[in-house]
Design a protein around this ligand. Sequence first.
Ligand SMILES: [Zn+2]
Length: 342
Amino acid sequence: MKDMGFTKDVTVGRYLDPFEGFKEKESSFEIRKDAITGVTCRILPYRFRFAEKPDVKSYLEKSPEAICPFCPALFEQMTPKFTPDIIPEGRFQRGKAFLFPNAFPYDRNNAVAIFSDDHFLGLDELTPKVMLDGFMICQDYFSRMYRLDPSLRFCSINWNYMPPAGGGLVHPHLQTIVGENPTRFVKTLYESALRYKEQEGSNLWRDLVTFEKTEGERFIGTTVDIEWMTSFAPKGMAGEVTFIMNEKSSIFSLSKDDFLELTAGLSRIFHYFHANDFISFNMALYATFAEDDSLWIQGRIIPRFQLPPLGTSDLNYFEKFHEEIICPTIPEDLCKEIQKLF
Ligand SMILES: [Zn+2]
């Protein structure tokens, strides 16, 4: 089998345990490195679980429908419009979905998409049908932007769902970025595939899928054309799900059925989060505009949370300033649990 560049080192920490008469206690953990993503992660054996589901009520009280720019009453007057050269109507529309410029842009081409009149949708209410137009309208926008500027190469569809994940509004919304250059993480993925092709003479994403299927430990399942797995070295404290769309690179190669398959898979993951008392997640989907097999369409999803009782953040100095993630969730265990839903 090909070497995917996954390495694991086991380290043991020792201390005298005050809860057991200061008896010496050992605790071992793994330092995992993923050469494809460049992520280093420390897998700890003590799993974190919520005692009860965090309450979403306080978010809804502070961010009610009455002041929401994405709810129907204020939408027309409060959301930005595109200049007429992009779309004369000002905003893209597809069914109940709308796409418009981000009022707080962090890129030249940075848009927001909403897909529902409902101010709040719980994780169990994010059904494939509800989300479908939200993803497809991003493709409408990408298509328009590509026609206007063929130098654009990379796009992404991103999601901060609820405040613990960085969501500034409760109303579910996706965010897109389009650019000539990839973001730093996408560049890492892209360059890994180029390097791999040069060294191994084959496609990294095809070989990675084969590797994970053969290993079996992190492979959740295949839907029709999408491979779902847990990440060897997650970027989140509660683990990470990765998906790869087989042999697909251009975002324009996706049909309605592909988007339905994608949203159906995502909705299963969200159900898993919901059943495990999470209320928040981050998601990103990366793709290219032109066909380019150095980046098969792929994405990542991590649950986000605040630790009770203080509401402690799941981000800390280790991730911010050492660029390593502390993850008290074993990816292979997470895989077995999510597999039941696939
Ligand atoms: Zn709203």
